[in-house]
Design a protein around this ligand. Structure first.
Ligand code: ADP
Ligand code: BMX
Ligand code: ZN
Length: 291
């Protein structure tokens, strides 16, 4: 049995995976420090059989068995965190780490391949709109992690558009990143500024049905995402773009992105779809990733 773990800025999920099928799944809020993280892992696997191996999809970039932040504001203790060593010591089995969006990209690629479609995409971009904005690329049927694990970090490409509350420095240190416009964190920040009261991303989506200023924040984020897709499409020539994450999968977000993309002058625009694996794209993608 394989243990898959998905570590995001907001949630920590674990699943027992048997031949590509989730047979048990648990989820808790992401921990705030290393001690709480170790305790949360123990709680997640309580009563489960010892795994034969572990595959992790994690926010941050993975280099040499350690996890590093791109956006330093997402997880405070993630700076060179020895995740592989910690899990090996706890479970005494092989451990493989992947960036969360890269793992999900591979999961979505495999899901399409295994459906037996004659023309499954060889060049797929997965975008997660979640606590941050993550990205993963499959190019010529191969997952591209990059020499430092950084490939696909689209959230830190310039968005070209200022957020509704003005330009904000990203936790990566740069100004104008897509993540500051279109992540759940950024949507909550913009909504709270525009409406003058604390609002989270889900509340913004609910408000958008009746309040044009709320809808405008989502449309701006969708345009930023569409611009990022267009930029990558012109760089590597995509044949599929898959959207995931709780914000990406929230009702209305995919049509907003599709409309924005359709409005851009782009040769051979790639088809856009929601993650077939839904909220399990990271877990199942990590489980399917080559070891
Ligand atoms: P993680 O980033 O840990 O992988 P998620 O994909 O769930 O987790 O993304 C978390 C972000 O999504 C948070 O900013 C949260 O406020 C936002 N979010 C969660 N549920 C919803 C929802 N139903 N609609 C809109 N935004 C949501
Ligand atoms: C950030 C970055 C990416 C990650 C993306 C989505 C950190 C800690 N994370 O851009 O590595 O893929 O967020 O991650 O720098 P999530 O936390 O939203 O799931
Ligand atoms: Zn950034």
């Amino acid at each position: 049995m394989l243990l898959a773990i998905d570590i995001g800025g907001t949630k920590l999920a674990a699943a027992l995976v048997d031949h590509g099928v989730i047979v048990a799944r648990r989820q808790v809020p992401m921990a705030v420090d290393a001690a709480q993280f170790a305790a949360a892992i123990d709680a997640l696997v309580d009563g489960w059989p010892a795994p034969e191996r572990i595959s992790v999809a994690t926010t941050g970039y993975v280099d040499g068995g350690k996890v590093y932040p791109v956006n330093r504001h997402i997880i405070s203790f993630w700076n060179g965190f020895p995740l592989e060593q910690l899990l090996r010591a706890r479970f005494h089995c092989p451990v493989t780490l992947f960036n969360d969006a890269q793992a999900a990209a591979w999961g979505e690629y495999c899901a399409r391949r295994d459906m037996g479609e004659a023309a499954y995409p060889a060049n797929l971009l997965f975008l997660t709109l979640s606590t941050g904005v993550g990205g993963g690329l499959v190019l010529d049927h191969r997952l591209r992690a990059g020499p430092h694990g950084l490939a696909g970090h689209v959230g830190h490409a310039p968005a070209r558009l200022a957020p509704a509350d003005g330009l904000v420095a990203c936790g990566c240190g740069r100004l104008g990143c897509l993540e500051m416009l279109a992540s759940g964190t950024a949507l909550a920040r913009q909504a709270s500024a525009v409406f003058g009261r604390p609002l989270d991303s889900a509340a913004l989506f609910a408000l958008a049905a009746s309040e044009p200023r709320a809808a405008a924040i989502l449309d701006l984020a969708a345009l930023g995402v569409a611009e990022a897709i267009a930029g990558l499409h012109m760089s590597v020539d995509l044949d599929a773009v898959v959207i995931g994450g709780s914000v990406g999968l929230a009702p209305g977000m995919l049509p907003r992105i599709a409309k924005a993309l359709a409005g851009l002058p782009l040769p051979c625009p790639p088809p856009l779809s929601a993650a077939l694996l839904g909220a399990d794209a990271g877990l199942l993608g990590a489980a399917a990733c080559p070891v």
